[in-house]
Ligand binder design. Structure first.
Ligand SMILES: [Zn+2]
Length: 260
């Protein structure tokens, strides 16, 4: 989840939710970006190096298109009056067009333009025995040392999935909705997003342009993201992740936000 900077192959590559990478194409080895074995197409997405996880990845993408369709219906039908916490997560009706566009781009699998070159969005499964050294280094650093389930590689078309990603449940259920206490969510109530759907949506929101605030910092916890102002919320991937998870799980209890 919280992939930060790593120093790899003598080049600074940002493997992140955080900082738009300044990298040029030469910073990503061709072996990683040009890999063409074990590729399964799912809509406009390519599922790469996933072996037996290619079918679950394809099914998860299809589920994600459908669920985000429900999310867009909620946006269109209710706007800020959404029963699923939209106002708590985004504050302002001015965010709705942007949210709609980000989720629509995910559903369509729009092309990505890393460094101006058109590319299909890719889900890439990392593994200990990846024949590619670059991918193996990312696996060791991010999946093993840091224990993250997934990430994006900034400035590329890649969402990378660690083995941990496949060990959690597929999508959130109503039993995981956070519970309010004095109009706040207590800390340690993030179970709602510890599933494949929420994690994938978070990473795809990054892939489709929500790269972090101007300071390069991301905010993660449910109460913490609710405390962001309108301008920060729309640039913070976890706000999208929580709102979509609220819709999918049917969570209707969110802090009351006072004001227009
Ligand atoms: Zn992130």
């Amino acid at each position: 989840m919280r992939f930060l900077s790593i120093f790899l192959l003598s080049l600074l590559v940002t493997f992140t939710h955080c900082i738009p990478s300044p990298q040029t194409p030469s910073t990503i080895p061709n072996t990683f970006t040009k890999r063409n074995e074990d590729v399964v197409h799912s809509g406009n997405y390519a599922i790469v190096n996933c072996a037996t996880k290619a079918t679950p990845a394809d099914l998860l993408l299809r589920r994600t298109y459908n669920r985000l369709g429900d999310v867009i219906t909620d946006l269109d039908d209710h706007g800020l009056s959404s029963p699923y916490g939209l106002k708590a997560f985004f504050k302002s009706a001015s965010a709705i067009l942007r949210i709609r566009e980000v989720f629509s781009r995910i559903r369509r699998g729009d092309s990505i333009y890393p460094n101006g070159v058109e590319a299909a969005p890719v889900l890439y499964c990392l593994s200990a025995d990846d024949p590619d050294e670059y991918a193996r280094n990312i696996y060791n650093d991010q999946c093993v040392k840091k224990g993250y389930p997934a990430g994006t590689i900034a400035g590329t078309e890649f969402v990378v999935l660690c083995p941990l990603f496949w060990t959690v449940e597929i999508e959130p259920g109503p039993e995981e909705c956070p519970i309010l206490l004095f109009n706040r969510f207590p800390r340690e109530t993030d179970g709602l997003i510890q599933n494949q759907f929420s994690t994938l949506v978070h990473e795809l929101v990054h892939l489709y342009g929500v790269e972090g605030s101007a300071t390069g910092m991301e905010t993660y916890g449910v109460q913490e993201v609710i405390e962001l102002g309108a301008a920060q919320s729309v640039e913070n991937a976890a706000n999208y992740e929580y709102y979509a998870s609220f819709v999918v799980a049917g969570c209707t209890e969110a802090p009351t936000i006072f004001g227009p």
